[in-house]
Design a protein. Structure first.
Ligand SMILES: Cc1cc2nc3c(=O)[nH]c(=O)nc-3n(C[C@H](O)[C@H](O)[C@H](O)COP(=O)(O)OP(=O)(O)OC[C@H]3O[C@@H](n4cnc5c(N)ncnc54)[C@H](O)[C@@H]3O)c2cc1C
Ligand SMILES: *[C@@H]1O[C@H](CO)[C@@H](O)[C@H](O)[C@H]1NC(C)=O
Ligand SMILES: *[C@@H]1O[C@H](CO)[C@@H](O)[C@H](O)[C@H]1NC(C)=O
Ligand SMILES: *[C@@H]1O[C@H](CO)[C@@H](O)[C@H](O)[C@H]1NC(C)=O
Ligand SMILES: *[C@@H]1O[C@H](CO)[C@@H](O)[C@H](O)[C@H]1NC(C)=O
Length: 570
């Protein structure tokens, strides 16, 4: 009994500063705590403690007690219709905000020039386009966590929407401003803070690029054999990769960005600085806030530092190109290899149309048949070990009727194949422009299904595509059951293409898959995400969003709707 009361009263005492700061930030939060006080049938000590806390805190805050249905209704989820529209600062607030930001960063770190605004408006990869009234009005370039924190305090004070921006290579309109405000470009924060060779990790500022890190490691003694196990669009930065849970070609071996990070330092909407973990590989220390921020697309916090795992480059690696009569033969071969426990370092599928496009690009010296093709990376400790794997891969490929099995003749040739694959998006855009129409657009999709469903899903998708006149190409990280069926359309075929993408997603979901394997949701896939996960799951995400960002300042309108007046069907 004593312990219990003591515990309770201690709890109240400990609570004080928390309750207080909460009541200042989120009006109405006191509601919960006063109720606790009233309902507790504790001993005198506890009552006294609560009275004290009431006197200390309550008296001058009672006037503020009013329910705020936006942040803390008594439910576990936040359905969209429970919200009122967000209230952002007025033009005057905006002007004052910019003024204070300029005082904080008197050099050229705060700009409103047309050119820079234009650069941060639309990276051109998503069919949805920011409208002219949605363009950002100011770009801010912070150089440190402390600066980001100070910036967010000002932005929070004036209620201005802010879009975190890094490499700008995301594909779903993630960085498009939907409400005219500030874009926070974290690219200047690009220092490699520490490389711990013995622990196989590195501490990086948010704006370090994955290629920058790999080059740095390759050029430093004792680090040459280390790399980040995650690769995505050329030019992407680690904070962007964390925020989309990016993956890419090496993910089949090393996992996505989510599995390649140990800890995150981030700034919350009101400027609070947090660090999610220490640096050990293992941790059961509380909630996995690292995991919460992974894939959050700049809607929960500004990431300023990332501790990444480093992977050891394989001592010996070879590349094989294998061509099959059908896509099903390709996926059957891959499934068999996985079931045998054969570890492959990359398994990239390219369909007939994609092979045509590669041949067209002239980026590969050799010309391949126009057949479904897999590029394999097979790696191991040394040539002997790798040769054993090769025998298996070859046998399984032959069992699945492969028409051609060939090794890259040299390291250069292997490099050429994978760099062509890495740049396939640009190849496709080039092909579309020259061979289809100067005005042709491309719709990028990103479905993923369990591996056993991949063959039938791809067949259904091909069947769907055959009912429409739109040219398309399929490529995929098939090791992860992830494929991109990228579709060309003319501007007047936009609705048709949108319909196809919806049907493709439905096929994927029916096969227990996801609308986004690695690119994320942004503005482009919100409706698909809801179709995939259902309203309750989205409302739970919305609850978390509002808990951390009650004013809805951070990358508003991404991942899911935050405004009941938002009538978009995307
Ligand atoms: C040619 C090409 C190939 C690609 N290939 C792949 C691939 O194989 N695999 C793959 O997964 N992706 C691929 N992508 C997509 C893209 O590279 C990834 O989505 C990448 O993670 C985006 O990183 P970024 O630095 O460019 O981020 P940005 O585009 O700048 O931003 C991405 C998201 O992160 C948020 N953000 C940015 N900085 C911060 C920050 N400091 N704090 C909080 N939030 C922030 C943004 O608001 C946005 O929501 C490709 C893109 C291109 C153009
Ligand atoms: C973001 O900032 C960096 C560093 O200042 C700059 O190189 C880059 O061009 C900026 N991004 C855009 C889209 O302008
Ligand atoms: C990130 O991606 C991987 C692979 O797609 C997935 O398993 C994981 O759940 C994702 N999210 C996090 C938080 O790691
Ligand atoms: C937490 O989430 C991160 C990111 O997805 C992941 O790498 C990690 O393994 C998870 N668990 C712990 C204990 O950090
Ligand atoms: C590849 O391209 C070359 C020249 O552009 C062409 O001659 C050849 O027929 C093409 N190969 C295939 C298989 O399409």
């Amino acid at each position: 009994m004593f312990l219990r009361t003591c515990g309770r009263s201690l709890k109240f005492l400990n609570c004080q500063p928390l309750v207080r700061s909460r009541s200042i930030r989120f009006q109405g939060s006191l509601h919960g705590s006063t109720k606790n006080v009233r309902h507790s049938n504790a001993s005198l000590a506890a009552v006294a403690a609560s009275l004290i806390s009431g006197i200390v805190l309550g008296l001058y805050t009672t006037k503020r007690l009013r329910s705020n249905k936006q942040t803390f209704p008594l439910s576990s989820i936040t359905p969209l219709n429970d919200l009122s529209p967000p209230q952002y600062g007025t033009d005057e607030d905006f002007a004052n905000c910019i003024k204070e930001l300029m005082e904080l960063l008197p050099d050229k770190s705060v700009t409103t020039t047309e050119v820079e605004i234009e650069h941060h408006t639309d990276n051109g990869f998503n069919p949805s386009k920011p409208l002219s009234h949605q363009r950002p009005k100011c770009i801010v370039y912070p150089s440190s966590t402390e600066e980001v924190s100070a910036i967010m305090q000002i932005i929070n004070k004036y209620n201005i929407p802010v879009v975190p921006y890094s490499g700008g290579t995301s594909l779903e309109g993630h960085t498009y401003s939907t409400r005219p405000g500030i874009v926070l470009n974290t690219s200047r924060m690009n220092k490699i803070l520490a490389v711990h060779v013995d622990d196989l990790d590195a501490v990086l500022e948010a704006g370090v690029g994955w290629q920058q890190l790999n080059e740095y490691l390759a050029n430093h003694e004792g680090m040459e054999n280390l790399m980040l196990g995650c690769d995505c669009g050329p030019g992407a930065h680690v904070c962007g990769m964390v925020n989309t849970n990016a993956s890419g070609i090496a993910a089949t071996r090393y996992g996505s960005m989510g599995s390649n990070i140990l800890s995150i330092k981030a700034v919350l909407a009101d400027g609070t600085v947090v660090k999610t973990k220490q640096r050990p590989r293992k941790s059961s220390a509380g909630y996995n806030l690292t995991g919460l921020l992974v894939g959050s697309e700049g809607t929960l916090a500004i990431v300023t530092e990332v501790t990444v795992k480093l992977q050891v480059k394989p001592a010996y690696e070879t590349v094989a190109v294998v061509q099959f009569p059908t896509l099903r033969d390709c996926t059957n071969a891959v499934a068999t290899l996985f079931k045998k426990g054969i570890q492959l370092n990359a398994v990239e599928l390219l369909d007939t149309e994609m092979m045509k496009c590669i041949n067209y690009s002239n980026l590969i010296s050799k010309s391949y048949e126009n057949l479904p093709t897999i590029f394999f990376k097979i790696a191991g400790l040394n040539e002997v070990v790798v040769n054993e794997y090769i025998k298996e891969v070859k046998k399984v490929s032959q069992d699945n009727d492969c028409k051609m099995f060939e090794f890259a003749k040299s390291e250069e040739e292997a490099e050429e194949l994978f760099s062509a694959r890495k740049n396939s998006l640009y190849m496709m855009l080039d092909y579309g422009y020259n061979e289809i129409d100067e005005n042709a657009k491309m719709w990028i999709t990103d479905c993923a299904v369990p591996l056993s469903r991949l063959a039938s899903t791809l067949e259904e998708v091909k069947n769907l595509m055959s009912q429409y006149p739109l040219p398309h190409m399929v490529l995929g990280h098939v090791g992860d059951g992830n494929f991109h069926c990228d579709i060309f359309y003319m501007p007047d075929q936009y609705q048709m293409c949108k319909q196809i993408v919806r049907e493709m997603t439905e096929i994927t979901l029916k096969n227990e898959g996801t609308c986004s394997g690695e690119h994320g949701v942004g503005t482009g896939k919100r409706a698909m995400l809801e179709l995939e996960l259902g309203e309750n799951t989205i409302s739970m995400m919305r609850k978390l969003k509002l808990a951390l960002d009650p004013k809805r300042l951070l990358n508003p309108d991404k991942v899911f709707k935050i405004d009941p007046l938002d009538e978009s069907d995307e």
